[in-house]
Design a protein around this ligand. Structure first.
Ligand code: UGA
Length: 439
């Protein structure tokens, strides 16, 4: 009903949707998760989380046991059940342009809207080009039997993989892009327990809410590329970017987070979001304002090429026939996600150049094998390092940081390590007789 606690649907049960649905049910809401993929629905309903996310499997079990969480493939059922419908489908990069692919979002809206026969709030959470919410408002108005009684709001999601549960339960802020007081009240009702935690809310318009998300990710990407640009300058003069970053970090206005130099950013969000933002800005005639994002992207891509160059240099000019241990495949530690991952990009380039590359990752091996079947894989950090001419750290998992250089020295052919993430203790590795190199 209109008063009281709304019943929620979550449309799209990928990373974002599965987390949102499970957490909301745990917080006490009646939740229906919707996905067009019957296999995903079957697995979730059976208590099986299809993604790697610490804490989420336990919460899914808890939510299912409470009886408050169910899953379906039917949008008609969702429309019948829900008062607030969260759109959580992916908006990946188009295969042949920088634009965001809105196919899934459009499909979700056109599947749901024709069934909306009473007052309801549809809430977009997906990352979208600014202006999308306004366009979808028109689509819903046209298709929904309830017409103007259905409103659209935008509530961008800021969760990080690996911290998804915590970021959902205790976010830094909630942004409510709304067109009416009613929508604002409904959103507050749909986030009551999170608001009771003291989470600040910014109420704003639809376009601003859409922009907050891409502005935040662009800032984070820019910060990483900034320190990596400084790393390029440091390299040219033999300066130390680690000390430089540590010094900058102590200025509270700058801060140390997202200031770790290395192989740069990857994943399903930062790279595609800055490209889609630059593309959208050009479309609406303000391309110049964010043209620096093209450079942020270029700096980031250069890190991968420069890491390959450094490995080549350490190996005396060629990787041909050399045994290379690649530590890491995921785009960051504590994740099995290999979307746009710098690690596999570098490993695969070394392989193409004739290197005898063997990859190990604690969580992402299955995904890596499927995406790069021509690479070779091993069972542990030590396994892939056997007889290696060089060890290359590409994702800073704790298991790699904890390796004892003295012990590893026993299995490799040559004590050479390239630290793509500035994650190892350089002094300790050098003391154990290793040639330690980092960008
Ligand atoms: C990112 C944002 O941090 C989230 O706030 C946002 O909600 C999410 O995208 C999204 O749009 O859905 P995520 O992609 O999970 O989250 O990963 P991050 O922790 O942001 O890391 C991104 C990349 O930057 C990783 O490849 C990481 O290795 C790299 N990174 C991070 C650095 O190279 N240096 C740093 O100092 C920090």
């Amino acid at each position: 009903g209109d008063a009281g606690t709304p019943r929620l649907t979550v449309i799209g049960t990928g990373y974002l949707g599965a987390t949102h649905a499970i957490c909301m049910a745990v917080l006490g809401y009646e939740v229906l998760g919707v996905d067009t993929d019957p296999e995903k629905v079957r697995r979730l309903a059976a208590g099986d989380v299809p993604i790697f996310e610490p804490g989420l499997p336990e919460l899914l079990t808890k939510a299912l046991e409470s009886g408050r969480l169910r899953f379906t493939t039917s949008h008609a059922e969702a429309a019948e059940f829900g008062d607030v419908h969260f759109l959580c489908v992916g908006t990946p990069q188009m295969p042949d342009s920088d634009a965001a692919d809105l196919t899934y979002l459009d499909a979700a809206v056109t599947a749901l809207a024709p069934h909306l026969r009473r007052r309801a709030l549809v809430v977009g959470k997906s990352t979208v080009p600014v202006g999308t919410a306004q366009r979808l408002t028109g689509v819903i108005r046209e298709l929904a039997p309830a017409g103007d009684d259905v409103e659209l709001a935008w509530n961008p999601e800021f969760l990080r993989e690996g911290f998804a549960v915590d970021d959902t339960m205790r976010p830094d802020r909630l942004v409510f892009g709304v067109a009416s007081d009613w929508a604002d009240e409904r959103l507050r009702a749909a986030f009551r327990p999170v608001l009771d935690n003291g989470t600040p809310v910014i109420r704003t318009d639809l376009a601003t809410a859409e922009l907050v998300k891409v502005a935040a990710n662009s800032f984070l990407a820019t910060k990483i590329s900034y320190i990596n640009a400084m790393a390029e300058v440091c390299e040219a003069v033999g300066a130390d970017v680690k000390d430089l970053a540590d010094s900058l970090a102590l200025d509270e206005r700058i801060g140390g987070r997202f200031l770790r130099p290395g192989l740069g950013f990857g994943g399903g969000c930062l790279p595609k979001d800055i490209r889609a933002f630059a593309h959208r800005a050009e479309e609406i005639g303000v391309g110049q304002a964010v043209s620096f994002l093209r450079q942020v992207d270029d700096i980031n891509r250069r890190r991968r090429a420069r890491t390959v160059d450094l490995v080549r240099e350490v190996l005396g000019g060629s990787v041909q026939g050399k045994r290379i241990a690649a530590w890491g495949a995921a785009f960051k530690p504590n994740s099995d996600d290999i979307r746009d991952t710098p690690a596999l990009d570098v490993a695969h380039t070394l392989h193409r150049l004739g290197g005898d590359v063997r990859v190990y990752d604690p969580a992402a091996l299955g995904n890596a094998r499927r995406a790069f079947p021509d690479l070779r894989y091993g069972d542990s950090a030590f396994d892939v390092a056997e007889d290696a001419d060089v060890v290359v750290l590409l994702t800073e998992w704790a298991v790699f940081r904890e390796v004892e250089p003295e012990a590893l020295a026993e299995v490799v052919a040559h004590r050479r390590v390239v630290d793509g993430r500035h994650a190892l203790d350089a002094a300790r590795w050098r003391a154990a007789g290793w040639e330690y190199r980092a960008l």
